[in-house]
Design a protein around this ligand. Structure first.
Ligand code: ATP
Length: 372
C-alpha cells in the first residue's frame, strides 16, 4: 500500500541554524509529501537531530522557514504543532503502567464539543476526553504497535523493543500529522533493530501519516524510507529514493557513505570513455574529454576473470567469507580494488577484473557534480 499524496505536508526553505559561531545546519531546503517516510541520514554531528528539533519546534531556526500545509510554523511552540517525536531513550514514566503512559497526553487534552441546547442554539463547550474515548484510543494505539492487551503491564517488565513500541504508541495516540523519530532503534540489539525496522515500516503503512526519521545507519535508511536525505557537515548532499542514492550517488561523499564503493582517480579520454586503474573503459557518462574524474565502482559490479581476459590485472591480497558472498581485495598498481563475489579466489593469485559500463559512475573531480 502506498499512502503518499502529491501534496507537500512540510516545506523547509533556506534553513540555517547556528549555535553561537558554530553553523550546525545550512542551506537546508526540502519538500516532504503527505504520507512519505523520509530519513535524514549522515554521520554523527552532521546536523540531523538539529534539523529534526527545528521541525518539532524545540529549536528555532537562525534563518529560513518551515511550512506545514503551506503555513509558516517556524516560530510556533512544539505543543501547537500537530507533530510528535519518538526519541532513542524512550522517556517513558517508570512509575506508570502501559495504559497510563499512553493515555498521559490524552488525559490533559481539551477538545471543543458542539451541542444544540433546547432552543436549538449551538453551544461550544471545552471538555476533557471521556474515559471511554481514551480507552478506545489507547487500545487502537496498542493494536498498531502489536501489543494488544498490554495495558496493565508495568514498564519495568517490558523488553527494550516493547518499551520502544510503547513510546511509539504514546506518540501516535493523539493522531499527529507527522511523527518524528530520532534514532528510535539506537538502544536495541541488532536482531531487535532489524525486526523493529520492518515493524516501523508496517506501522507507517497502517497509520498513513508522515514519518521523518533520523539515523546514521545507511542500511536502516535504505530499508525503510521512501526518500533519503543524505547530510554531511550541516548540508544536504543528496535527496532521493534509496535506489537513486545507492545507484546514482551525487558525489564522492554519498558514494563512500552509502554502501561500500571503490573510488578511483580517472580521466575522460573520449566520448563516454574513461581511463582508471591503468585501463580504458566505456562508461554511461559523457563528460568533456580531458576532465579529471572520480570513478565510483560498487564491489558487486567488479567481475573476476583470468588474467588474460581482464581489463585490469592484479594480485589477490585477501579473501573473507561473508556468508552470502566473498569479500576479495585485489591490488593493481597503487589501487586496491574491493570485490563482492559468490566465487572465491586464492591469495597471491594473479587475476583479471572486468567492469561493465553500467557499473562505472563518473563524477567530475572539481565540481563533484555528476551527470546522471
Ligand atoms: P548524532 O547522530 O551524533 O546525534 P547529529 O547529526 O544528529 O549527530 P546534531 O545533534 O544535530 O548532529 O548536532 C550537529 C552539531 O551541532 C554538532 O556538532 C553538535 O555538537 C552541535 N550542537 C547541537 N546542539 C547544540 C547546542 N545546543 N549547542 C551547541 N552546539 C550544538
Amino acid at each position: 500500500m502506498n499512502n503518499i499524496s502529491s501534496e507537500n505536508i512540510i516545506e523547509i526553505k533556506g534553513i540555517k541554524k547556528c549555535f553561537d559561531a558554530f553553523v550546525a545546519v545550512e542551506d537546508f531546503n526540502l519538500e516532504v509529501k503527505k504520507g512519505e517516510f523520509v530519513t535524514f541520514l549522515g554521520p554523527s554531528g552532521c546536523g540531523k537531530t538539529t534539523m529534526l528539533r527545528m521541525i518539532a519546534g524545540f529549536e528555532l531556526p537562525t534563518e529560513g522557514h518551515i511550512l506545514l500545509n503551506g503555513k509558516d510554523i517556524s516560530s510556533l511552540p512544539p505543543n501547537k504543532r500537530p507533530i510528535n517525536t519518538v526519541f532513542q531513550r524512550y522517556a517513558l514514566f517508570p512509575h506508570l503502567n502501559v495504559f497510563e503512559n499512553i493515555a498521559f497526553g490524552l488525559k490533559m487534552k481539551i477538545v471543543e464539543v458542539t451541542y444544540k441546547n433546547k432552543n436549538g442554539d449551538t453551544i461550544i463547550r471545552k471538555e476533557k476526553l471521556s474515559r471511554t474515548v481514551i480507552r478506545e484510543k489507547v487500545k487502537r494505539a496498542l493494536e498498531i504497535v502489536d501489543l494488544e492487551g498490554f495495558e496493565k503491564r508495568d514498564i519495568s517488565t517490558l523488553s527494550g523493543g516493547q518499551q520502544q513500541r510503547i513510546a511509539i504508541a504514546r506518540a501516535i495516540v493523539n493522531e499527529p500529522e507527522i511523527l518524528l523519530l530520532d534514532e528510535p532503534l539506537g538502544a536495541l540489539d541488532l536482531k531487535m533493530r532489524k525486526e523493529m525496522q520492518l515493524e516501523l515500516k508496517s506501522m507507517h503503512e497502517k497509520l498513513g501519516i508522515t514519518f521523518i526519521y533520523v539515523t546514521h545507519d545507511q542500511e536502516e535508511a535504505l530499508t525503510m524510507s521512501d526518500k533519503v536525505v543524505v547530510m554531511s557537515d550541516g548540508m544536504i548532499q543528496q535527496v532521493g529514493t534509496p535506489e537513486a542514492i545507492y545507484n546514482e550517488p551525487n558525489n564522492v561523499f554519498v558514494a563512500d557513505f552509502i554502501g561500500e564503493s571503490n573510488i578511483f582517480d580517472g580521466k575522460m579520454y573520449g566520448n563516454k570513455m574513461v581511463h582508471f586503474c591503468g585501463a580504458e573503459f566505456t562508461c554511461m557518462d559523457d563528460l568533456p574529454v580531458g576532465s579529471d574524474v572520480d570513478v565510483v565502482v560498487r564491489p558487486e559490479d567488479v567481475e573476476m576473470t583470468t588474467m588474460e581476459k581482464g581489463q585490469i590485472k592484479g594480485t589477490v591480497r585477501s579473501v573473507i567469507f561473508k556468508g552470502m558472498h566473498y569479500e576479495i581485495a585485489v591490488q593493481s598498481g597503487d589501487n586496491e580494488i574491493l570485490i563482492k563475489s559468490t566465487k572465491s579466489a586464492v591469495i597471491g593469485e594473479l587475476i583479471g577484473l572486468n567492469i561493465e559500463p553500467d557499473g562505472i559512475h563518473v563524477i567530475h573531480s572539481q565540481t563533484n557534480i555528476n551527470v546522471y
